[in-house]
Ligand binder design. Structure first.
Ligand code: ZN
Ligand code: FE
Length: 261
């Protein structure tokens, strides 16, 4: 029986706290890079893997996610550059919800998850149970609402919440400790959250990463996945007695508190 290795994902630190992710298909040796700010460490990882880079998979147009595209394209001509719109430098293939993405024999699809930017997308590999969420979903947090509102972000979060719980979530920034500190101000009695905060501190102290997380872990710990949490709502109701307790209002208040945390 032939044993086919699963998709390999390598986190590559970029700038001060960003992650790019090299996706390698062991069957074909093809690779794609999710986000690119600094090509040098990406090219080193490609070489180390003995892989053949064929595509860039940008999550959104912010410079810390696409700022290295042109330089990478110059180094590796002919790459397919996916993206939602031409704010992505080097764009070659415009994609929308449900469109296919291929890295060798690996097949993913696009999820539109707007609100941080209107063109923010995730790359979801269903068979491999992996999703790349850029600056929309972080471990313990979510992106700021630069181009959308709370209602739009709740929809995007809801779409991600519906993925299988074991799905690995590869996110765009190492913000986890700060995110979990904030989360604890809203749910100080959440034991899963307390545990994850300790785990994150150990990871970071040991020079490690907190990526990937999982949908299940976010359901247990992330206040931006937990607008229905009783404890979170109780904390908000005590601090803001006039706050309407519908999902969008709870989410919007949580987001504005984090903006000022
Ligand atoms: Zn961003
Ligand atoms: Fe970012």
């Amino acid at each position: 029986m032939e044993i086919v290795e699963a998709m390999k994902v390598i986190a590559i630190p970029q700038l001060s706290d960003n992650y790019a992710y090299l996706i390698v298909d062991p069957a074909s040796g093809e690779a794609g890079i999710v986000d690119c700010a600094e090509p040098k460490p990406i090219l080193e990882a490609v070489e180390k893997e003995g892989a053949h880079l064929t595509s860039i998979l940008p999550t959104h147009h912010h410079f810390d996610h696409v700022g290295g595209n042109e330089e990478l394209l110059a180094a590796v001509p002919g790459l397919t550059v996916y993206g939602y719109d031409d704010r992505v430098p080097g764009l070659t293939l415009t994609v929308r919800e449900g469109d296919a993405v291929r890295v060798g024999s690996l097949e993913g699809r696009i999820l539109e998850i707007p609100a941080h930017t209107t063109g923010h997308i995730a790359y979801y590999f269903e068979k491999e149970r992996a999703v790349f969420t850029g600056d929309t979903l972080f471990a313990g947090g979510c992106g700021r609402l630069f181009e959308g509102d709370a209602a739009m972000m709740v929809q995007s979060m809801q779409k991600l919440r519906e993925l299988p719980p074991e799905t690995k979530v590869y996110f765009g920034h190492e913000y986890t400790e700060n995110n979990l500190d904030f989360a604890l101000t809203l749910e100080p009695r959440n034991s899963a959250l307390q545990q994850k905060r300790k785990w994150a501190a150990q990871q970071v102290a040991g020079g490690g990463y907190t990526t990937p997380t999982t949908i299940e872990s976010e359901e247990e710990t992330n206040p931006f996945f937990r607008w229905q949490s009783e404890e979170l709502r109780q904390t908000l109701a005590e601090k803001f007695p006039d706050l309407p307790m519908d999902d969008v209002s709870v989410f919007a208040k949580t987001r504005s508190l984090k903006d000022n945390f």
